[in-house]
Design a protein around this ligand. Structure first.
Ligand SMILES: NC(=O)c1ccc[n+]([C@@H]2O[C@H](COP(=O)([O-])OP(=O)(O)OC[C@H]3O[C@@H](n4cnc5c(N)ncnc54)[C@H](O)[C@@H]3O)[C@@H](O)[C@H]2O)c1
Length: 417
């Protein structure tokens, strides 16, 4: 069945209406075209908010080629509605195999992007590893995820990258809103929608207390769940403890929990030994980037029968008669469940704005930047924060001259005088 372009257009229109920072950027760039003449590759979950981001890059003068970052998270109607627009071409489909996704990435790279806006460094890693001929004339990249920055840093350690990269994920305007609020709210929303179950009173285990885990744990508690956190990092574990959560190893949490959500960016966080002690009916979902946090192979190895309990939920029946449930094959719960819609539009408005403004900044300053991973300059972060406040109609105070001098002083007479 062909994709419903009209539905794709409708989804884009709704997202556009709720992404005012992008509207402001399109207005700002209407006459300046900071990406004019540059082919920009976008790798992300191709749904309506990403569509508005892609449109905004095109409005900044770029020729945009997009592709999906994950086999289950793109929406065919939005892809079709984007592909009918000037200056935009893309390759993404929902529900494809990993091999088909590889093929779509390769097709996107045939357009020879000179700049990449990436998710988990998928397109950049493929280009560097499999198509090094494309590095000639390549300007740089921006990365929006924790996992992707780890990958780019690993590449840099091996001397594999010869271009500058901006770690957009690490900016306050990205991770303090997207990872905490976006992942926190949308993962729980999609989990509850997929299961049609109640969170209040449930025992919920959150694996990993980074930004995503903090958002998940805090929001699950606010809905009445009893939350236990697992960690491998002592300071993060202490933070979770001081925030009032139970903290313990997964071996303990596995027997305690009813719902498990992983958000570690690591692999096999819930594995064979943990499945063995889980209670009947336990439900597992993943909010981390890759579908390796819950060891689905080991789970399948313990199952006498695997059935679909509900759309998006697989039920594994173990030899001792327990039913263990895995949501969306362990892929991103906020993007890969049957009705998933990803982060709320307001969150992606600032996340993608950070990507877009950082891209323009990097393009303008590429010659002065050495190869490797760079922090996004603070002025870029402030710019997006100020634009967002303006769209919200919120004003803030400005430093007076005397306050500015006070903050910049260090001599006792200057401070007290
Ligand atoms: N679902 C989404 O939409 C979304 C959004 C943003 C980020 N992410 C992904 O979520 C993952 C986490 O992102 P983050 O920003 O919270 O990262 P983070 O680095 O801030 O936090 C990860 C935490 O997991 C802990 N950890 C690592 N291995 C562990 C293990 N075996 N057991 C328990 N804890 C472990 C780390 O110590 C760390 O505190 C990444 O893969 C990231 O790309 C997903």
């Amino acid at each position: 069945m062909s994709a419903d372009i009209e539905l794709g257009r409708q989804k884009l229109a709704w997202a556009r209406e709720h992404m005012p920072v992008h509207a402001a950027l399109r207005q700002r760039w209407a006459s300046t075209w900071p990406l004019a003449g540059i082919t920009v590759g976008v790798c992300s979950h191709i749904e309506a908010k990403t569509g508005v981001f892609v449109e905004t890059l095109a409005a900044a003068g770029a020729e945009v080629v997009f592709t999906g970052s994950e086999p289950g998270s793109s929406q065919d109607d939005v892809v079709a509605a984007l592909n009918e627009q000037d200056g935009i071409v893309g390759y993404a489909r929902r529900g494809i195999s990993d091999a088909e996704l590889d093929e779509l990435h390769n097709r996107a790279l045939t357009h020879r992007p000179r700049f990449i806006l990436d998710d988990a460094a998928e397109l950049t890693a493929r280009m560097v590893h499999q198509h090094p001929e494309l590095l000639e004339g390549f300007i740089g990249m921006c990365e929006q995820t924790t996992t992707g920055i780890q990958r780019i840093q690993a590449m840099a350690r091996e001397g594999a990258i010869r271009f500058p990269a901006y770690a957009v994920n690490n900016t306050p305007m990205k991770h303090e809103f997207d990872n905490i609020h976006g992942t926190g709210e949308s993962s729980l929303t999609n989990l509850l929608q997929t299961t049609n179950l109640l969170l209040a009173g449930k025992r919920v285990v959150i694996a990993g207390y980074g930004d995503c885990g903090l958002g998940l744990a805090t929001k699950a508690r606010s809905l009445g769940a009893r939350v236990m956190v697992t960690e491998i990092e002592p300071r993060q574990a202490l933070r979770a403890h001081m925030a009032g959560f139970e903290v313990g190893p997964m071996a303990e949490a596995a027997a305690w929990g009813e719902i498990f959500i992983t958000a570690t960016g690591n692999r096999e966080v819930i594995r064979g030994e943990h499945f063995d002690v889980m209670r009947d009916g336990a439900l597992m979902a993943n909010a981390g980037h890759f579908n390796v946090e819950i060891d689905a192979e080991a789970l399948a190895g313990r199952a006498e029968e695997v059935t679909e309990a509900r759309p998006g939920i697989a039920e594994y029946r173990t030899a001792d008669g327990r039913r263990l449930h895995l949501v969306a094959e362990g892929r991103l719960v906020n993007l890969a469940t049957p009705t998933a819609m990803g982060h709320p539009a307001e969150v992606m408005d600032t996340t993608f704005a950070m990507q877009a403004v950082a891209a323009c900044h990097l393009v303008a300053h590429a010659e002065g930047l050495s190869p490797g991973v760079h922090a996004v300059p603070d002025e870029v972060d402030r710019d997006v924060a100020e634009t967002r406040l303006t769209t919200l109609g919120i004003g803030i105070d400005e430093l007076t001259e005397s306050q500015r001098r006070f903050l910049e002083s260090w001599r006792i007479e200057d401070i007290k005088g």
